[in-house]
Design a protein around this ligand. Structure first.
Ligand SMILES: [Fe+2]
Ligand SMILES: [Fe+2]
Length: 141
């Protein structure tokens, strides 16, 4: 959730300047957002969703739905990269920000509270530590 908050702060800043961006800036903003969202999604898949293979029926469905949304977001970033005019790029980037916000919202309002109830605290601490170790490795030069 901390990573969500940091990303949303940056996206809000980019969104405020979007109306005046040319195609190159729109693509650059998209590339920045893509890097953040994809690094987060890959870590989330590996250290949370894929790490809970014994999740019960309903929960497993929710985890799969979130993973599908990660793939869908990756596809939307591909579409943004392929745009060749400002209006299309701007529309695409706005849609991405809206969808990312919606995705984070579902995780925070629905999925994470269920996980907090169904997965024992020790396991969640282990998963969190593994995620943190991954982040620390990534930040090394
Ligand atoms: Fe996610
Ligand atoms: Fe997330």
């Amino acid at each position: 959730m901390g990573e969500h908050a940091a990303m949303l702060t940056l996206f809000e800043h980019l969104e405020q300047g979007m109306a005046h961006m040319d195609l190159r800036r729109l693509h650059e903003s998209g590339a920045t957002a893509e890097r953040l969202v994809m690094v987060h999604s890959i870590a989330e898949d590996r250290h949370l969703f894929d790490a809970l293979p014994s999740a019960e029926g309903g929960l497993q469905e929710s985890l799969s739905a979130m993973q599908s949304e990660h793939k869908h977001l990756a596809h939307e970033f591909d579409q943004l990269r392929a745009t060749t005019n400002e209006a299309a790029a701007r529309g695409c980037l706005q849609r991405i920000f809206d969808n990312v916000r919606e995705h984070f919202g579902v995780e925070e309002r629905v999925l994470f509270p269920v996980l907090a109830r169904q997965v024992d605290r020790e396991r969640l601490e282990e998963l969190g530590s593994a995620w943190k170790r991954r982040r620390m490795r990534e930040s090394l030069p």
